[in-house]
Design a protein. Sequence first.
Lengths: 121, 121, 170, 170
Amino acid sequence: MSDEIQVSIRTLGGVATVIDLVGDVTTFAEEAINQAYQGVSSDGAVNIIFNFRENDYINSAGIAILIGVVTEARKREQKLLMTGLSAHFQKIFRMVGLTQYADLYPSVDDAINALKNGKGS
Amino acid sequence: MSDEIQVSIRTLGGVATVIDLVGDVTTFAEEAINQAYQGVSSDGAVNIIFNFRENDYINSAGIAILIGVVTEARKREQKLLMTGLSAHFQKIFRMVGLTQYADLYPSVDDAINALKNGKGS
Amino acid sequence: MRPQGSRVVELKIPSELGYEKIAREAVATVARRLNFGEEKIEDIKTAISEACTNAIRYGSGADARMKVVVVLTADDDKLDILIKDPGVSGAAPPGEMNIPDIKGMVEEKKRLGGMGLYIIRMLVDEAEFIEPNDDDEGNQFRMVIYRIPSDEENKPETGDSGSGKKGGTA
Amino acid sequence: MRPQGSRVVELKIPSELGYEKIAREAVATVARRLNFGEEKIEDIKTAISEACTNAIRYGSGADARMKVVVVLTADDDKLDILIKDPGVSGAAPPGEMNIPDIKGMVEEKKRLGGMGLYIIRMLVDEAEFIEPNDDDEGNQFRMVIYRIPSDEENKPETGDSGSGKKGGTA
Ligand SMILES: Nc1ncnc2c1ncn2[C@@H]1O[C@H](COP(=O)(O)OP(=O)(O)O)[C@@H](O)[C@H]1O
Ligand SMILES: Nc1ncnc2c1ncn2[C@@H]1O[C@H](COP(=O)(O)OP(=O)(O)O)[C@@H](O)[C@H]1O
């Protein structure tokens, strides 16, 4: 539908790869998110940051896509971090237990700092 | 209704008085806007800036309130400036002819600069 | 990519000022789906707000027990907006929409107001009160916004003229 | 200051994923009117999105010719949300709502999903499938959010727990 998701990728100086998500994180985002994740994985990314845009619409179908990513990331021993989520969606992610598999940080900078301070894998 | 307007007043170093409007500019805003305007007028304000918050809801009833202010301001030989309007509402204000009686500037700073550069009354 | 066939969204709001915002947000979602540009979406939001405000004020005497019905029909080529009010105030909708006389208002020779229908006409492609085709008592106001700018509006110009140039990526 | 009597907003959307956004925005406007706090409004938006998505997917087989009806009733003390779908998929709504087994999903022992109803239950005060009181064939899902937090939810705690503590200035 409208507000189709825009996914872009950037690498931050060998520390992490950022997947920026702008738009709705719903069932329509499945292909774009999985493609981006597969892409950075085959490029050897180890620390992967999913950076959301605050106040975008995320639903349980979108969360299911992220759980699918978690499944893959565990097999590949990658570290997943998530940033930019509103307080509301941080709460939802905690509610379904997604935070057991991915650390949440307010911003990409915060996530990078955490990785540099040895919290990385 | 909801998004009730919040009106606050600040004076900027003798150059102008700013009336900040946050929230809906509709018929429900009439009392708050008129009170603020009457207040600054009786305090002797000459240059008055109505500072809108971009993307707030403004309708024709709200514009009618502003025309009422223009009417008063002309009698008192005050100068009216309007700032912070989205491109859309700048267009609407132009459409109804309100811009013949009040100059529009992107920001309060721009309005202040214009006043300092002698465009003031 | 576009859906086949038209999509209809129907909305029933209390005749109380403020509820026009629901129509305002709903039409934004539908217009975004039709790929209208952001400035055109603002135009449509303002137009529907004005039309609903009128339906509440003049069409139902601002009696919150009354209802205003909004029907949004999204087609491949246009967005069609129908606003029905109970028409209980007895006010007859005007046949024409005048350019507001702001000078007259400022000089207190004219009553403040009379801008809503003018703004609507400037922002949408078609706007008119129509004869209800059933036994409805009330007024029906219809607006149409085309997804592909017509030739007339296609004349080269810059700036946001509200002509729909920026609208749609049709 | 609050309006006397309840206000009802009715919404009919095509059974097509994406249109739940209209219900999402509409309920936000109504909830804001009821003075719910911003975080509680986010809760309500998410709950209605999930319920409408289910009505579209399971209640009408994502057939866009079908309709999902949403009725929002704003009272002094609560917001009542009713979502009706045609119930054509034959899927019976579940009697209970389980805690999602994310470990099972991550270890690929459980199907991805089954989180919608759980999230809804965590975010609103009441949520249930009800027996339609007329001859309706379809499913009806009802959610209630109270403006005054009930005693049970009033236990002292900090952080945004979704319990409605931040909601309303009632
Ligand atoms: N839905 C309606 N039903 C009856 N009369 C209407 C309706 N909409 C508009 N009108 C009439 O048209 C006039 C002009 O409306 P408008 O241009 O919106 O300006 P205003 O609301 O300031 O009068 C109104 O004063 C009213 O008499
Ligand atoms: N409106 C409905 N009509 C019929 N079945 C429903 C409806 N809503 C939910 N269900 C059933 O409940 C199940 C659980 O729904 P939910 O918790 O939202 O997770 P998911 O959509 O991922 O399955 C669905 O798989 C479906 O079988």
